[in-house]
Ligand binder design. Structure first.
Ligand SMILES: Cc1ncc(COP(=O)(O)O)c(C=O)c1O
Length: 432
């Protein structure tokens, strides 16, 4: 017998077990997973590094660091100081590690909001879909979304829309306690301009709310050679003291994306707010990272020559793979969000293919139906609705995979799109 709460968690569920993964040669009928945001392109280099690293006996114990060994926190601080240009150097003391940013999203929600007092987190649309799960599943923290209409949400034009959402929530008795942004953005792959970040800081100061910036894709920003590229600016790179109380600014970062090491399960909270760090550390006892992971990550961050070459090869592989995906999508006439030069994904616009006659004109139901058909044909992409898309018909597709996988995925997407428009004779299992 499960408790009421237990029953709810059972209904939510979670991915469990083996994926019948596509392989061009050994499993051509397997599932093409274009939903998991990982940089598969650098796994080879990362595993070679890991295999060359010798672990010592300290990895067998609980060790000194439930929330990040000093060695790892020092290495991360030096790394951030080199790559993210903080206006004042970061130190190990500003950093707290847990077993992934997923956990720290929940921690930040718990530390900023009281669910039973009607507190909420403010986000933009679309946004990383799992923020919802991370913040709501256990913390039951509400979320409020700003819809930007046609405005550029990465420029300072975004602020009036956040303000509107804030005011509307206030009228309903909802107290917004934090603004969460994702920079570079998941799923749009764009970076916030410095001006936008400054205006957001001023907004947070005026409302006395926290600004939590998830920068997990910070160094998955690549230069395009065919048009000007956006630059990633960390909130820490701005001398924010004239705009906002530094205690309100927090950054989330991790090993899962930029270093192709999601399997290490390592994320960190970086903040100059000592109280916030103390409270986070107390919660992180439920999600301590493994000593093995921390030892490997410290070695990776300390090896500056390897790290530099890993990031360079990541950037050129990401750009190449994005181009492969763009060309393939254009060849089959599928539109996507063209802006941006960061992250591991493209935001597809499949509105022309929504089978709305089958769903009596219900466009969200048609989006779900199209997604089911993708699943049935063996290609996984992320549903726009789960990413809080402002309108139906968008899907997030990960391109940071090997060319054969990306091309097979796009082929299957197109097969479904060609056949599904307004037809009810599905599901279709055929891959041909
Ligand atoms: C914006 C963002 N934050 C956090 C995560 C999860 O990170 P982690 O693997 O460190 O839990 C993801 C993974 O997709 C993400 O896209």
């Amino acid at each position: 017998m499960l408790s009421t709460r237990g029953q709810k968690y059972r209904e939510i569920g979670y991915q469990h077990g083996l994926l019948d993964e596509y392989n061009e040669e050994t499993n051509p009928n397997g599932i093409v997973d274009l939903s998991s945001a990982e940089n598969f392109l650098i796994h080879g280099e990362v595993i070679q590094f890991i295999n060359s690293h010798k672990l010592d006996a300290s990895c067998c114990g609980y060790g000194e660091g439930y929330t990040g060994t000093l060695r790892l926190r020092k290495a991360m601080a030096l790394h951030m100081n080199e790559y993210c240009n903080p206006f004042e150097p970061l130190t190990a003391e500003h950093i707290t590690f847990a077993a992934g940013v997923t956990d720290l999203n929940e921690v930040c929600a718990l530390l900023t909001c009281d669910a039973d007092c009607g507190d909420a987190i403010l986000l933009g649309k679309p946004n990383y879909g799992s923020f919802a799960r991370d913040m709501v599943s256990r913390g039951h923290i509400s979320q409020v979304f700003a819809d930007f209409g046609g405005a550029d949400q990465f420029s300072s034009d975004c602020v009036p829309y956040y303000l509107k959402a804030y005011d509307a929530a206030k009228e309903e008795g909802i107290n917004i306690k934090a603004l969460v942004i994702c920079n570079p953005h998941n799923p749009l792959g764009q970076c916030y301009s410095r001006e936008a970040l400054i205006e957001l800081m001023k907004f947070c100061q005026s409302k006395q709310i926290h600004l939590i910036s998830d920068e997990i894709y910070a160094l998955s920003t690549y230069q395009r050679t065919d048009r000007p590229s956006e630059k990633y600016v960390s909130v820490f790179a701005i001398d924010s003291r004239q705009f906002v109380d530094p205690n309100l600014i927090h950054v989330l970062y991790g090993l899962s994306k930029d270093y192709g090491a999601a399997g290490l399960r390592l994320g960190c909270l970086i903040t100059r707010n000592a109280e916030f760090s103390d409270a986070a550390r107390s919660l992180c006892r439920f999600s301590s990272p493994s000593q093995i992971s921390m030892s490997l990550a410290a070695a990776l961050l300390e090896d500056r020559i390897f790290l530099k070459s890993l990031l360079e090869s990541s950037h050129s592989a990401l750009y190449k793979s994005r181009k492969v995906a763009e060309v393939a999508l254009e060849q089959v006439g599928i539109k996507y969000h063209r802006e941006g030069n960061a992250g591991l994904f493209l935001w597809l616009d499949l509105r022309p293919y929504l089978p709305t006659t089958v769903t009596n004109g219900d466009e969200w139901a048609a989006e779900k139906l199209l997604w089911n058909r993708f699943e049935n044909i063996g290609v996984q992409v992320s549903l726009g609705k789960r990413y809080f898309a402002p309108n139906p018909g968008h899907f997030r597709m990960v391109f940071s995979n090997h060319e054969s996988v990306v091309l097979e995925g796009i082929r299957r997407i197109k097969t479904v799109c060609n056949r599904s428009k307004n037809k009810s004779d599905w599901p279709c299992q055929s891959l041909s």
